[in-house]
Design a protein around this ligand. Structure first.
Ligand code: G6P
Length: 608
């Protein structure tokens, strides 16, 4: 997830690009760059770090004179956050400049083909492929070259493109990554999101999939993927600037919850190729995977909860014993690690102090370490022997939602891959699981669309003092995350309990009206959880159950039932967590809490 902008008009482009990028920094901020046509050629400036560095380096854009340009603020996916990987990217003759948001899934294949034809690459990005491919197809007509590359490139992209030979126009292209264009009195603009253009216009066109816009100072015209002219209607934006940064959502947390279908899709889909799981950056051979005799999953907070779920998945599918540890415990407990142990560190930020220390300790013991990390180029990503990225984009709300969901599916992929390589599942089982995995984004979307029902229910619990979450197996892991979400943002005391353990103490806390949330998605142990629900209800608890469609038994037992769609039992966390996130969010909103920045908490905990 990156931010892109473009401008063509009567004013100097660079200051407008910088201003737009500042509004898009929430989309990524590890490096930034601009390309501006100066009357003779395209001039480029790029800098690692926050946008401020680029702004200072170019004297607020003064060193890049010209009225036509494109800009980018990056959230690294392919290649570390460095100057050379920052966008824009040039073709070799520096006559075509490209900015990109998204992931080109077949970039390795395209890169190889272009290299065979003599093209030289100067970055590790997937985007540079687009610049060279445009060069390859460009024979004087930019539109023709663009439509040709759209037929070759797979994955998601929003592109801003300028051609030195056609300095009177800029191009915007989109597939599965957001892009808007708009006109002000003095020119035309491209942006990834509305806030970047609101200062200049409220009248914007939303580019749809596989559409192209050609912008000039006076007009914007649109084409389809075959280069045929199409008509589009503009939309009037009513939001104020502040609301627009959150895409019209009241809080970043709500926005990020709604981004989960895309996040899960982005983390899964580039890794499924011709029915096989291919995790390009992982670099683990089959023999190495076969030799693993134990896995330690180590993490903090919600990342730890994803590990708690994937213990069941790795053990169930790949039959490898798994221990799950809080990083702050692991680093001081002198764990038994041998040469065939794999230590998996999970971290959104890649900078959490305890997780990083645990990683270093494991490395000192000589075992292989694997980081599952969201921030490319972060300490854990750099220091782990192996890395797998979650492609969730920047998460702003302190309480994680979309990074959590991405971490879960990344681990499902890894577990299926390990199971297949170790001969524990066959090709048909893999295919059925991949089919279920691919359905998750739409199923999450469906659950999110029922938010009003959860909101209505949550309103009843604004005054609650204690809430208990119950579940067994994976449902217990889901309960742990549901409970954490609630307490961290609403300040209501909550506890997650393994449902069978209830009788050994916690049940004494249940009294008339105590809210209990029972998670029961695992068919094999459903009856057991139902018995525990009966026990708490008969002591006065008010029970909401989260269970799978087609499970009628819960209807008779709980006070309120939320259904999740059918999926493979190992993947149920990805669906069951959605109503629990929504529940916590609406309770916190109802209580008037600062949802995005809960008291005493920080997004990245870089102290012990
Ligand atoms: C903080 C955040 C949590 C996160 C945890 C671990 O407590 O509020 O949302 O799960 O840190 O962070 P990491 O970046 O390592 O995933």
């Amino acid at each position: 997830m990156c931010g892109i902008v473009g401008y063509i008009g009567k004013k100097q482009a660079a200051p407008i690009l910088l201003d737009g990028l500042a509004k898009l920094e929430y989309r990524g901020y590890d490096s930034a760059g601009m390309a501006v046509y100066n009357g003779e050629k395209i001039q480029m400036a790029k800098a690692t770090g926050r946008l401020k560095v680029l702004s200072e380096m170019t004297y607020e854009g003064e060193t890049l004179p010209g009225t036509v340009g494109i800009g980018h603020t990056r959230w690294a996916t392919h290649g570390a956050p460095t100057d050379s990987n920052a966008h824009p990217h040039f073709n070799e003759t520096e006559t075509i400049a490209v900015v990109h948001n998204g992931i080109i899934e077949n970039y390795m294949k395209l890169k190889k083909k272009l290299e065979d034809k003599g093209y030289q690459f100067s970055s590790e990005t997937d985007t540079e492929v687009v610049a060279h491919l445009l060069d390859y197809y460009y024979k004087g007509d930019p539109l023709e070259a663009i439509t040709k590359i759209m037929h070759r490139v797979e994955g998601s992209y929003a592109l801003g493109i300028i051609f030195a030979e056609h300095p009177d126009v800029i191009y915007a292209v989109r597939k599965d990554s957001p892009l808007i264009v708009g006109r002000s009195g003095e020119g035309s603009l491209i942006a990834s999101d509305v806030p970047a253009v609101l200062k200049y216009t409220r009248n914007v066109y939303f580019i749809e999939n596989e559409e192209i816009a050609r912008l000039s100072t006076e007009a914007i015209v649109f084409f389809n993927v075959d280069g045929e002219s199409i008509e589009k209607e503009s939309k009037q934006i009513e939001w104020d600037i502040h609301a627009a940064e959150k895409g019209g959502y009241e809080h970043f947390m709500l926005k990020e919850m709604n981004e989960q279908p895309a996040t899960v899709r982005d983390t899964i889909s580039p890794r499924i190729k011709d029915g096989e799981i291919v995790i390009e950056e992982l670099g683990m051979g089959d023999e190495e995977i076969r030799q693993i005799d134990k896995i330690h999953i180590v993490a903090c907070g919600s990342a730890y909860h994803t590990g708690f779920t994937s213990k069941y998945v790795f053990e169930g599918l790949a039959r490898i014993p798994v221990e799950v540890d809080l990083a702050s415990e692991f680093r001081y407990r002198n764990p038994i690690l041998n040469k065939n142990t794999l230590v998996i560190i999970i971290s959104q930020s890649g900078e959490t102090a305890d997780s990083l220390a645990a990683l270093r300790m494991a490395k000192e013991c000589g075992v292989t370490t694997l980081g599952i990390v969201n921030v490319v180029g972060s300490s854990i990503a750099r220091e782990a022997d192996k890395v797998m990225y979650t492609w969730a984009g920047p998460e702003i709300a302190v309480a994680t939602t979309k990074a959590y969901s991405a971490q879960l599916v990344a681990q499902y992929l890894l577990a299926i891959l390990f199971a297949k390589v170790r001969g524990k599942i066959d090709a048909e089982q893999v295919s059925t699981m991949l089919h279920d995995l691919k359905k998750l984004p739409d199923q999450i979307e469906l659950l999110l669309s029922h938010k009003e029902r959860i909101q209505k229910f949550a309103n009843r619990f604004i005054a609650a003092r204690d809430v208990f979450f119950l579940g067994r197996g994976i449902d217990y892991a889901i309960s742990m995350e549901g409970s954490l979400k609630l307490k961290e943002i609403s300040y209501i005391h909550s506890e997650a309990y393994a449902a069978g353990e209830l009788k050994h103490g916690t049940i004494s806390l249940i009294e008339e009206g105590t809210p209990v949330i029972a998670v029961a998605t695992q068919n094999e142990i459903l009856k057991k959880t139902i018995s525990n629900v009966v026990e708490v209800r008969s002591r006065g608890a008010f029970v909401m159950a989260v269970t799978t469609e087609g499970t009628a038994e819960m209807e008779k037992t709980a006070d309120y039932v939320v259904y999740i769609p059918q999926t493979n039992a190992y993947f149920s966390n990805s669906l069951a967590i959605i109503p629990l996130q929504l529940f916590s969010y609406y309770v916190a909103v109802g209580k008037g809490c600062d949802v995005d920045k809960p008291r005493n908490l920080a997004k990245s905990v870089t102290v012990e």
